[in-house]
Design a protein around this ligand. Structure first.
Ligand SMILES: Cc1cc2nc3c(=O)[nH]c(=O)nc-3n(C[C@H](O)[C@H](O)[C@H](O)COP(=O)(O)O)c2cc1C
Ligand SMILES: *[C@@H]1O[C@H](CO)[C@@H](O)[C@H](O)[C@H]1NC(C)=O
Ligand SMILES: *[C@@H]1O[C@H](CO)[C@@H](O)[C@H](O)[C@H]1NC(C)=O
Ligand SMILES: CC(=O)N[C@H]1CO[C@H](CO)[C@@H](O)[C@@H]1O
Length: 390
């Protein structure tokens, strides 16, 4: 078959060459300076996608190792001891990014030392109707009401079980447990999570959120929390599970509610091994973008930075520094992480910063944090924990 004179073929091959050239150029640019490639090409492109599609692509890209992994060793000063584990840095990815355990190894390669999967519910559930994630770039914030979409315990377990232990020796794997929307027994849902994941998880997270109007029902909530934690602790004992149990708090708890929580976790039968402070907020006060003031869901990112840091400080004081805290909420820079550590956090997680600044933000936060620790004469992360609390 002779197509030699086909003009279309010429055009086509010209196209191939052009596209090929463009891809090769992009690839070289990508390899040479990934950080600027991310900021100048990938990040602007991703803003054209819906936040949920961008999230899915992000997880898939990390899963398949499409981002360069961070080959640099962590500065020695970032060595962190948390929950009786030794980590090379105190930075984790918060719950909700890798809800189904798809990208655990990829996240470790980006430089996170704590990877929290979930929230995972016992049965699969679809979550809320779309759209359910919103970007607020002027505010450096995100509102989400995913509603705990999950593929369920069994499917997530299969993925986590498949991860080779030898590969994961550099990071902690946390499993954040959720309850099914249609379940009327939160305790049972959490207990079944602990039973399911005991041999793959390094720690567990359950939550206390405050879905009702604040005030009034403080006592009722207190009893509920105490019963819930007692039930979970009984199950842990029964199963001989010594995996640490952490409680994640909403930033919307008031002072009395916070004291109630501290009181409950101070009792032997309802104690926890650590706290994660904090979840997203339902507050909208500080938003520049008024368009979203009435958008339901949890607000994350910059509007949360100081609020969660203050809460960490309050809890550190109330617990006299005896309960390990993982700080989370609006950490974008090494300074943000440092402030949470000085306020009492033994480690720090990020999510929204990754949405706006992509994988390079991980190394940036770590290097900046190392610099600040050194500047102030600390010898390790642990050395600085709570040093900003009077
Ligand atoms: C899109 C999205 C989904 C989230 N899903 C969960 C979740 O399933 N479970 C959970 O405990 N926290 C979830 N979070 C809360 C984060 O873990 C974190 O506590 C919060 O976003 C504050 O951190 P950031 O300001 O760094 O994002 C989610 C956050 C976002 C932005
Ligand atoms: C986080 O907070 C949101 C509201 O801001 C709430 O709906 C959700 O249950 C909380 N989730 C966890 C895991 O605490
Ligand atoms: C948050 O706290 C930092 C330092 O503690 C301060 O410089 C900054 O102005 C605060 N930001 C807001 C929005 O209050
Ligand atoms: C993920 C999850 O299970 N969230 C729960 C946190 O706690 C509140 C109060 O018990 C529940 O309403 C949420 O469903």
């Amino acid at each position: 078959m002779s197509q030699k004179k086909d003009p279309l073929k010429k055009i086509r091959s010209l196209c191939y060459v052009t596209i090929g050239g463009a891809i090769a150029y992009q690839y070289i640019y990508y390899k040479k300076d990934f950080n600027s490639y991310y900021e100048n090409v990938l990040q602007p492109l991703s803003q054209y996608l819906s936040p949920e599609v961008a999230h899915r692509i992000g997880v898939a890209a990390i899963k398949h190792g499409l981002f360069p992994s961070d080959q640099n060793e962590d500065p020695k000063i970032l060595k962190t001891r948390l929950l009786d584990y030794d980590l090379s840095n105190p930075l984790g990815i918060a719950a909700g990014f890798d809800k189904h355990g798809d990208a655990v190894v990829g996240l470790m390669k980006l430089g996170f030392s704590i990877i929290e999967v979930g929230s995972v519910t016992p049965q699969p559930q679809p979550g809320n109707p779309k759209p359910r994630v919103f970007r607020l770039p002027e505010d450096g914030a995100v509102i989400n009401r995913y509603g705990f979409n999950s593929i369920g315990h069994d499917e997530v377990y299969k993925k986590l079980e498949g991860i080779e232990k030898a590969v994961m020796n550099r990071a902690l794997l946390g499993v954040n447990l959720g309850k099914n929307k249609l379940s009327d027994d939160a305790g049972k849902d959490y207990v079944s999570g602990i039973e399911k994941f005991s041999d793959v998880a390094d720690y567990f997270v359950v939550n206390v959120s405050s879905p009702n109007t604040p005030g009034l029902r403080s006592l009722q909530n207190k009893n509920e929390l105490e019963n819930l934690l007692t039930e979970i602790n009984r199950a842990r004992k029964r199963r001989n599970s010594n995996k640490p149990l952490l409680l994640k708090l909403a930033p919307d708890l008031n002072e009395d509610e916070l004291k109630d929580v501290v009181n409950v976790i101070g009792k032997q039968h309802s104690k926890v091994d650590g706290l994660i402070i904090s979840n997203t907020t339902v507050e909208r006060q500080s938003l520049k973008n008024k368009e979203f003031v009435n958008e339901p869901g949890g607000l994350s990112g910059k509007p949360l930075t100081n609020r969660s840091t203050e809460m960490i400080r309050d809890v550190y004081r109330l617990t006299k520094g005896k309960v390990p805290i993982i700080g989370v909420g609006g950490v974008f820079t090494g300074r943000d992480a440092y402030e949470k550590i000085l306020a009492g956090a033994g480690a720090v997680q990020v999510y929204t910063a990754l949405i706006y600044h992509g994988p390079p933000v991980v190394r940036r936060i770590k290097d900046e944090l190392a610099e600040l620790l050194e500047r102030d004469g600390y010898t390790s992360v642990n050395d600085a924990v709570g040093k900003g609390v009077k």
